[in-house]
Design a protein around this ligand. Sequence first.
Ligand code: SAM
Length: 330
Amino acid sequence: MKRETEMSREAQRGGVDRTKSAHTLWHGDAARVCELLPAERRFELVYLDPPYSVGATMTMRERSGEARGRMKKGSGRAAYGDVLDVDGLVAMLASVLVRVRDRMTDDGALYLHMDWRAVHDAKVAADRIFGRRAFAGEVCWLPGNGSRGARGFAVTHQTILVYAAKEKRLLRFAVDHPSLREPFAETSQAMHFTNVDADGRRYRDRTVGAKTYRYYADEGRRIGSVWADIPAMVANTPLRKEGTGYPTQKPEKLLERIVRASSREGETVADLMCGSGTTLAVAARLGRRFVGADASDVAIEITRARLAASGVDYRFSSTEPAAPSEALHS
Ligand SMILES: C[S@@+](CC[C@H](N)C(=O)[O-])C[C@H]1O[C@@H](n2cnc3c(N)ncnc32)[C@H](O)[C@@H]1O
């Protein structure tokens, strides 16, 4: 008890609060969750990975031989429906985004993860909600899928739209952590990093105006907007510890990069369509507080098992009146 009180004091001072109430998980619709949260609850970072308008029920892989993804013969149990057409999906998203925006801190960031089917419509809707100048760019994530389909170029990327809470764009990007850096191009290394310091490190000096900047080859450069170094396989193979069998589960490394880029320890990271709970597991591991939610029973079941396996405590609530509300679970 004493420990919890001390931790709460630490939280009041702006430190990391690891008490049970630091994290919350909701079963229910994302828009409704935003309405039910306490007025003072604010998000420094929001990651949303909605359905993509695939036009199918998405299924689990929990046993060997079961097919994961779109429902077909031999599929595992249904996880969630991805059946809205693009207009329906974007209308649903817009109702969530309006409420999310109103809960973001002034310097907060939204990462909206989509694929080619609805990303352009979603961009137009998000521009209207956040303001066009709040759009801070996009990440092109290459999950490493093989080429499939014969209707033109195979789709080998997904898009993550990044928005600031306000058109003033007070976004923060922490770019110096190794997870936010990538190696310099080989040609650049060969041409420019020709000096070696006393410790044997290769470097180059660049003089801009009166100032000289030193760059080390082993530190790499700031990550750009094309992320090709995080394969989806780590999350999607049952052989991997991280794999839960949930369809469209994202790799923890992807979320780690986003969480490190746009939040600090003790801040709140929200994922209101959390699926298997990837964002929540990463946020807790990195000392952030999470607000998680999902409308699917199966998503909540998988997320709870995942958080329990990591020993993460959280407050669990439901938007449904019949369900037990605000009960503590671990
Ligand atoms: C692409 S999956 C998320 C996968 C997740 N990023 C992961 O790593 O496991 C989309 C999720 O959105 C949820 N969802 C769809 N509409 C929702 C809504 N209105 N409110 C809350 N969750 C919703 C689905 O149940 C599904 O779990």
